[in-house]
Design a protein around this ligand. Sequence first.
Ligand SMILES: O=P(O)(O)OC[C@H]1O[C@H](OP(=O)(O)OP(=O)(O)O)[C@H](O)[C@@H]1O
Ligand SMILES: O=c1cc[nH]c(=O)[nH]1
Ligand SMILES: [Mg+2]
Length: 207
Amino acid sequence: MRTHVVDHPLASALLTTMRDQRSDNATFRAALRELTHMLIYEATRDAPTVEFDVTTPVAIARGVRLANPPLLVPVLRAGLGMVDQASALIPQSQVGFVGMARDEQTHLPVPYMESLPADLAGVPVYVLDPMLATGGSMLHTIELLVARGATDITAVCIVGAPEGVVALERSGFPVQLVVASIDDGLNADAFIVPGLGDAGDRQFGPR
Ligand SMILES: O=P(O)(O)OC[C@H]1O[C@H](OP(=O)(O)OP(=O)(O)O)[C@H](O)[C@@H]1O
Ligand SMILES: O=c1cc[nH]c(=O)[nH]1
Ligand SMILES: [Mg+2]
């Protein structure tokens, strides 16, 4: 599995703001939006383009656009804070939704919503979720996408735990990972250490 860690100094500075427990909900959301911009920028680095003519005030120039705009899939709740910025950068993208919440005892994802196109054959999919902890939520999402024919999936995350990265690798699913940091590991509550806490709560308050 290809894993791209976006450790540009500006990305690391935004991640620092997100990690800081003193950052309030609005500050956290603003940093998440800006950092998503950088992750999507890197995720699309090798995306195929098509050329077309564009008329400038002076002459005809060759322009480009993405050949195959992706489906964006924010994983509710926390992924909602990434979708506005991602769709602003790729205005031709469409958006599907998956909702799940981890059970605090078992740490397994409990799905409560899915709204996805039926046929994803040939459609690149970007799954947006700030946190890749055990990997259970991302794997459940990827299973839904693969069942609809997706073969080109990019997990766009802010923080990953090594355990979640290994789970994605071992799954054999057609996925690559773009992430701002791979942290030390998980604690007994399956929270990422040092991490940034609960990414849903830090944006929206407690569930
Ligand atoms: O890799 P995992 O162990 O599955 O954990 C990661 C999941 O946990 C968080 O969501 P959470 O369940 O807290 O829901 P929320 O976004 O509503 O807060 C996070 O946004 C991921 O979806
Ligand atoms: O550290 C973690 C782990 C799962 N979900 C989060 O929001 N944070
Ligand atoms: Mg949460």
